[in-house]
Design a binder for this molecule. Sequence first.
Ligand code: ATP
Ligand code: TZP
Ligand code: MG
Ligand code: MG
Length: 269
Amino acid sequence: MLKVAAMRESIKENSPLIHNITNVVVTNFTANGLYALGASPVMAYAMEEVEDMAKIAKALVLNIGTLTRETNEAMLAAGRTANAHGVPVVLDPVGAGATPFRTESAKMLLNELQIAVIRGNAGEIANLSDSPVPMQGVDSRFSSENEKELAVQVAKEWNTVVCMTGENDIITDGETHYVVSNGDKMLTKVTGAGCLLSSVTGAFLTLEESPLDAAAAACIYYGIAAEKAASRQHLPGPGHFQMNFLDMLDELTEAEIKTYMKFKKEEIE
Ligand code: ATP
Ligand code: TZP
Ligand code: MG
Ligand code: MG
């Protein structure tokens, strides 16, 4: 059984440092979301310091949302240091497939680094396979009847865990998969919902769990917090949802997690 509540308690107790090289859109939301969870965020991008920061972090999150040549190089340097020091690395391939620069950067990082978890929407994950699909900027307009097969194929190809999110989240290492059904459509009305989940996944990766279990637990915790935030009375729209959601990332109780968690775990034949 996945010990989601215990994992969250452990994050709160240890307050792990999460080094984010992320995009300019979501920086503040990501930092606040990590604080609400109980982790300690830092954003550091300069070539002069990324290696020093990655060395002391407990997880590194690479997010290509507003990529530049400089941040691309900084991500590679930080990732190499993290790998050398046993610091787990999450890749969020934001908008992979929308432009060649993004696709090539994501594939370069996957080729050069050991990535513990790739967290992306279905379109982004498809664009890391041999069968590219069109993207509308950072949003996925792609859906497939063979979602599980796609996630498994990409996990095997890059030898990593894939966390492919959407209405259902599919998390797989190529041999086992979780399907997590927690979440709320309001998450698609707030920018950075995916990016923050990637950083929250980084926080769960700091524990003594496999990357597969850590990523699944992150999706469950995050999805329940969204459900609770959306079900609060007097919800005029996405603005209030975003605030409620930060509150719920902080407040969620063990009893609520146990009551509302919705997932399946299956071995792949
Ligand atoms: P996109 O840019 O396409 O919105 P993203 O990178 O923001 O992608 P999402 O796939 O939207 O990432 O996932 C972010 C969170 O939103 C995840 O927790 C996921 O479960 C949740 N989510 C996304 N779509 C839905 C939906 N239709 N219903 C419930 N939860 C959803
Ligand atoms: N443009 C570049 S990065 C970004 C936008 C709108 C944020 C994407 O956030 P998410 O979490 O993938 O929806
Ligand atoms: Mg989104
Ligand atoms: Mg995204």
